[in-house]
Design a protein around this ligand. Structure first.
Ligand code: SF4
Length: 209
């Protein structure tokens, strides 16, 4: 008999290899899309629609959580300036996984896990801490604390990403990670301008001008 698990899913690229593994290993995943951290809303919709379309190919159920971005902002208040992988991310994981644990409880699904544990950009210890903390509020739900990068899943993730031409996400999700990306890009273009100026000056020197 198949075992049911609530898979908190952040997006299709992070979910595909996990779903493939679960379906091949007698698990029946129910997906829960709850990512009110994602900003702006059109970015949220793109990620959600891609996940829903991918799940539909396998006939999987997706529970659609709300885009409660103001509630999420409240949860990370005071942590806005934290770097990625810092305290804001732990609060972000807690906020999303607490709601996932509540939904698992409400739906009578005894096991919860998350695709957040599949991204090498996220701290696994924070995901694990947040997941364990979330289920401590619902004793009938167990957190499946698994590293979803291991067992060849990281490589399979990359292969499925290429195969499915998934949407290319350029930042983690929130407005703070988006700003960090813009700052990185600005620094890179500044560096490129400086490198070009230095190269032009060397060429001019070499040609005696
Ligand atoms: S960087 Fe990512 S994990 Fe961290 S707070 Fe923003 S959306 Fe959440």
């Amino acid at each position: 008999m198949k075992k049911t698990v609530l898979l908190h899913s952040c997006c299709a690229p992070c979910s595909a290899a996990i779903l493939e593994w679960m379906l091949a290993n007698d698990w029946e995943p129910v997906l829960f899309y709850y990512n009110p951290n994602i900003f702006p809303q059109p970015e949220y919709e793109v990620r959600k629609n891609e996940l829903s379309a991918y799940a539909a190919r396998f006939g999987l159920r997706v529970i659609d959580g709300d885009w409660d971005h103001s509630g999420w902002r409240e949860a990370v208040r005071g942590l806005e300036q934290e770097p990625e992988r810092g305290a804001r991310c732990l609060a972000c994981f807690r906020y999303r996984l607490l709601e996932a644990a509540r939904v698992a409880h409400e739906q009578g699904i005894p096991v919860l896990t998350t695709t957040l544990a599949s991204s090498r950009w996220k701290r696994l210890d924070q995901v694990s801490e947040a997941g364990r903390w979330a289920v401590s509020h619902y004793p009938d739900v167990e957190f499946w604390d698994r590293n979803w990068r291991k067992g060849g899943l990281q490589e399979r993730r990359g292969a499925l990403l290429r195969e499915n031409h998934f949407y290319n996400q350029l930042y983690c999700g929130c407005e703070f990670s988006m700003s960090a990306l813009q700052e990185r890009r600005a620094r890179q273009s500044e560096q490129a301008r400086e490198d070009e100026a230095a190269a032009r000056s060397r060429i001019a020197e070499a040609s005696g001008r």
